[in-house]
Design a protein around this ligand. Structure first.
Ligand SMILES: C[S@@+](CC[C@H](N)C(=O)[O-])C[C@H]1O[C@@H](n2cnc3c(N)ncnc32)[C@H](O)[C@@H]1O
Length: 174
């Protein structure tokens, strides 16, 4: 859990056990595995009881608590050989660019309202305008995209390795 997320949950969970007991009692009394929790804020206590919970809230802090990087969640569901489509605005493209499980496979170019996918001169893309160390830690902290010398509207990354293969590769290179 990210420190900011842990802090939000610790605050939410200050009446320790309250909500866990509430949802525990309800879960034992009804036959439900999938539930909807409108007005949830960051109260994730039902996830300790029900198999699948959909949280809904309009508070702008809520997506930050649940969301993280969308692309990271997608990686869990994407097979090797699959394609990740990301835009650069919140750092998803930068995160994929330093992830051994991905290789840049194409760029989406937007012109006059049309979109075109190109796989030409891919080495020219994802070059930062300023020399900087791009790390997952910095991207998680800032949640900002990286400015590139040759920007594209969006990027297509091919999933080329499983998580296990990427870890093994890192271990053998270090
Ligand atoms: C008092 S908090 C309750 C949070 C949590 N359910 C709990 O028990 O600790 C109410 C929440 O409802 C959310 N909310 C209010 N109106 C809403 C709406 N129309 N749609 C979604 N969320 C809403 C607010 O953003 C707020 O986070």
């Amino acid at each position: 859990m990210q420190p900011a997320t842990a802090a939000m949950w610790a605050k939410q969970d200050q009446h320790e056990g309250d909500r866990w007991r509430l949802f525990g009692a309800v879960g034992a009394a009804i036959d439900a595995t999938t539930v909807l929790y409108p007005d949830s804020y960051v109260d994730i206590a039902p996830s300790f009881v029900f198999e699948s919970v959909t949280y809904v809230d309009v508070d702008k802090r809520t997506p930050r608590f649940f969301g993280g990087f969308v692309s990271e969640h997608c990686t869990r569901h994407l097979r090797v050989g699959g394609t990740l489509l990301v835009n650069p605005s919140h750092g998803d493209a930068a995160l994929a660019s330093i992830d051994d499980r991905y290789e840049l496979a194409g760029v989406v170019i937007s012109r006059d309202g049309d979109y075109r996918v190109s796989s030409k001169d891919l080495d020219a893309y994802l070059v930062p305008t300023k020399p900087q160390a791009i790390s997952a830690e910095v991207l998680h902290r800032t949640r900002r995209g990286v400015a590139y010398t040759k920007p594209a509207f969006a990027y297509l990354f091919a999933r080329v390795r499983s998580s296990a293969a990427a870890t093994e590769r890192l271990a053998s290179s270090g």
